[in-house]
Design a protein around this ligand. Structure first.
Ligand code: ZN
Length: 314
């Protein structure tokens, strides 16, 4: 067995490194390491600089990434004893929405969620598991830590990532500014899941890499409740941009053109039309908020051909 070697990406100053945690999956060749990435409570203000530098950071350099294809994620979260603020009735549903949000931007891999009975996961079993726990495989979460993502890898290939949400935190699921109840943070499970799954992808905290940028991947939870351009560009740098997919074929029911396709969340998309594929006229600018672009041309299409295209606005 090789000796252990924490990766040094433990992000909260007060959280100690975990010694003696890793051996080698293939001891004769490569060292497999585990590091922890954590999101902790901090200032509940959303820092959105006027002109942010887009410079996401990665867990390692060179980055460790998943092989092409599906990345299975076992959700063992269970159901809350109430309906959550956003209407969800299971933690798995919220986690699946967070995975799906990332999936809409991932080209070479896709998260593939699988729901199992709630309970603890197992460390270093080659299965990616998401669950609630009061400790991180025997280790303390440390103060103010909301969740931890473990990082197992073989060279630059990711092999396992477990996400453990701290049971000591008051969880709910809602959009908008971070809420407090009785002075205590009511933590939005969705945005923290987005953040942790970003670690699963291989992203790290830009704010702890000397960057000032609006990002769900910043190490402090804030009013930000969804991915930003910086987060998406970080994921695309690792797994390529996801090609647009037409989800509803353009149809001419009632003589109208109606298109639904995937788009880049929080980006404007310009819909243009042409009759000769040479001259294009902009029809509308459509802001994509949930990863889906929906466009209906209210003008009746005449007998001549009309072509459409969608461009991501600069
Ligand atoms: Zn983090």
């Amino acid at each position: 067995m090789n000796g252990s070697k924490p990766c040094g990406r433990v992000c909260e100053p007060g959280l100690r490194s975990i010694p003696e945690i890793a051996g080698s999956r293939r001891p004769w060749r490569s060292l497999t390491q585990r590091a922890l990435s954590v999101l902790f409570i901090g200032l509940l203000s959303c820092s959105a600089p006027f002109c942010p530098a887009h410079a996401h950071s990665f867990v390692s350099n060179p980055p460790m990434i998943w092989p092409d294809g599906d990345v299975g994620v076992v959700l063992k979260l269970g159901t809350p004893d109430r309906t959550l603020i956003d209407g969800n009735t299971s933690w798995e549903a919220v986690a699946a929405q967070a995975l799906s949000t990332w999936n809409s931007h991932l080209g070479t891999i896709q998260f593939s969620p699988l729901i199992q009975n709630p309970g603890m996961g197992s460390d270093r079993d080659g299965v990616n598991q998401v669950f609630f726990g009061s400790r991180v495989y025997g280790e303390s979460f440390g103060g103010l830590v909301l969740a931890v993502t473990t990082i197992w890898h073989d060279g630059t290939t990711r092999t396992e990532a477990d996400v453990i949400f701290n049971t000591a935190v008051s969880w709910d699921s809602y959009r908008g500014p971070a809420r407090r109840v009785g002075g205590k943070l009511l933590c939005d499970f969705f945005r923290v899941a987005l953040h942790e799954f970003g670690h699963v992808l291989g992203l790290d905290h830009p704010d702890q890499a000397g960057q000032t940028v609006s990002a769900i991947m910043n190490g402090v939870v804030s009013d930000l409740d969804n991915l930003t351009t910086d987060d998406v560009e970080g994921a695309e740098a690792l797994y390529q941009a996801r090609a647009p997919v037409i989800t509803v074929q353009p149809r001419t029911e009632s003589g109208l053109f109606h298109l639904t396709m995937t788009g880049l969340t929080n980006r404007n998309h310009i819909i243009q039309a042409s009759t000769d594929l040479v001259t294009w006229v902009s029809l509308t600018t459509n802001n994509v908020t949930n990863g889906e672009l929906d466009f209906m041309d209210t003008n009746l299409i005449g007998s001549s051909a009309r072509f459409y295209r969608a461009l991501v606005a600069p």
